[in-house]
Design a protein around this ligand. Structure first.
Ligand code: ATP
Ligand code: MG
Length: 202
């Protein structure tokens, strides 16, 4: 039996906030591996343009290449259409019922998870690991954790990490205009964006 962390996201692009989140989950909860699962087309974001799946995949692969405990899963990309975490979780459990799964997310996701498709299935099958983000501090996270635990009876554990002020949105909007963006990205990801001229048209 292995303890597997799941990091779902658009990764448009993957950045150091994602990497820090994964690293903290790995050490704080003694996970064996982390699976990065890029969405094909998350329905919550269907209103805006998203970089090609191939570019997002290449960036994830570049970011995780030196960490043998990190892996990429194409489960949502291959499924095409809208990506639903509940389906991903059920498929992983079916393939490997012996594993225990931990879904890693930032505070913003813990506050929207009730609007996801079948949240009860997610809570029944994984432990949620949640981290502070933006203006949501540990106190606000605890209140939301209580609310969700009462409603879904799942297990939510709060991660003990500092807030990391990085988002893909900021990177997409400022890649060509702000020097501090290079510090927010793993070096090979920065290179890919530059070489392929991604996010040029924003
Ligand atoms: P976007 O700005 O396009 O929404 P993002 O930076 O939020 O991008 P996502 O791919 O949407 O990145 O996020 C995937 C997961 O990683 C989400 O659960 C999100 O909460 C979490 N996450 C991303 N960045 C951070 C961060 N800086 N701190 C904590 N959690 C984060
Ligand atoms: Mg996001």
């Amino acid at each position: 039996m292995a303890k597997i962390g799941l990091m779902g996201g658009t990764f448009d692009p993957i950045h150091n906030g994602h990497m820090a989140l994964a690293g903290q989950a790995l050490t704080e909860f003694g996970l064996d591996r982390i699976l990065f699962i890029p969405n094909y087309c998350p329905w919550m974001k269907s209103g805006r343009r998203i970089a090609d799946a191939d570019d997002r995949i290449d960036m994830v692969r570049a970011a995780i290449q030196d960490e043998p405990r990190y892996d990429i899963s194409y489960i949502e990309i291959e499924a095409k259409g809208n990506s639903y975490t509940c389906n991903t979780v059920l498929q992983l459990k079916k393939e490997h019922p012996e594993n225990s799964y931990f879904f890693i997310l930032g505070a913003d996701s813990l506050f929207t998870i009730e609007q996801w498709f079948n949240p009860e299935i997610i809570f029944q099958n994984v432990t949620i690991l949640a981290a502070v983000r933006d203006d949501c501090d540990l106190e606000a996270l605890k209140v939301q954790k209580e609310h969700l635990t009462d409603k879904y009876h799942g297990e939510i554990l709060l991660m003990h990490m500092q807030r990391i002020e990085i988002s893909s949105t900021y990177i997409r909007d400022h890649f060509y205009t702000s020097e501090n963006v290079s510090k927010m990205l793993p070096a090979p990801v920065y290179q890919i964006i530059k070489e392929r001229q991604l996010y040029r048209d924003r």
